[in-house]
Design a protein. Structure first.
Length: 241
């Protein structure tokens, strides 16, 4: 017997409301505590749901935190979604490059890095995996958006393009953290902009033994555990805020 559509709709709306409440509560707890050490019971109380409801939506607290991370890093998807190509000849790569260069990723990355580390010096493998999964979720959304924009494009080509760029962003995050400590300041933004340019050049023209972007590396001020990608490059002479 078919279920009454209005009942089905109410159940779906209730499920969506609970899901949203859990994610919002987790985001609030992460912001208030400066970390991710809250318990399932604390999360359930803040979301005004039962412990069982939390696990009806998520397999673990890590899954909840990963969802929050994905929404915070989703600003790059929002940038792609809002971007209107300057000409009808703009390629998918052009649109993705615009999204990566026009979006402020330093602020959300610095925040997530600080919160996930919880006072530690660097991300643990588990925490790094959470960032990776969050970027994977964003990649899937971006692929779907590009397919919508370019219905004649081969889905494999779309996934390969998005995957190469977003997996590259994960690599950049590691080098950026090592070079800057995950801070949110002018120099940190310079380093990130330089690394993104390196990534786009590599994907566009192929990998080479030396930087091909033409942009000088940020200067080598003292920093925690400098990444090899930066230490062997010449000092930067100009400053782009």
């Amino acid at each position: 017997m078919l279920e009454d559509p209005p009942v089905t709709g109410r159940r779906a709306a209730l499920r969506e409301r609970h899901h949203r409440s859990i994610v919002d509560a987790a985001a609030t707890l992460m912001r208030e505590t400066g970390g991710t050490t809250f318990t399932v019971d604390e999360l359930a109380r803040r979301a005004d749901v039962s412990r069982r409801t939390v696990f009806n939506h998520f397999d673990s607290l890590d899954d909840v935190v990963t969802t929050v991370c994905g929404e915070i890093l989703g600003t790059v998807f929002d940038s792609l979604e809002a971007h209107t190509a300057a000409s009808t000849g703009a390629t998918m790569f052009d649109e993705l490059a615009h999204a990566l260069t026009a979006t402020d990723l330093v602020t959300p990355m610095a925040y997530l890095t600080r919160v996930l580390r919880g006072g530690g010096d660097e991300l643990t493998p588990r925490q790094a995996a959470m960032v990776g999964q969050a970027l994977t979720d964003v990649s899937q959304r971006m692929s779907a958006e590009l397919v919508r924009r370019h219905p004649d494009a081969d889905r494999l080509d779309v996934d390969l393009l998005v995957g190469s760029l977003m997996s590259g962003v994960l690599v950049l995050h590691r080098h950026w953290c090592s070079a800057t400590g995950g801070g949110d300041d002018t120099r940190s933004r310079d380093v990130w902009a330089y690394l993104v340019e390196r990534l786009l050049t590599a994907v566009r023209t192929g990998h080479a033994d030396a930087p091909a972007s033409g942009r000088a590396a940020p200067d080598n001020h003292p920093r925690p555990a400098p990444a090899p990608i930066l230490t062997s490059l010449p000092d930067r002479k100009d400053h782009h805020g």
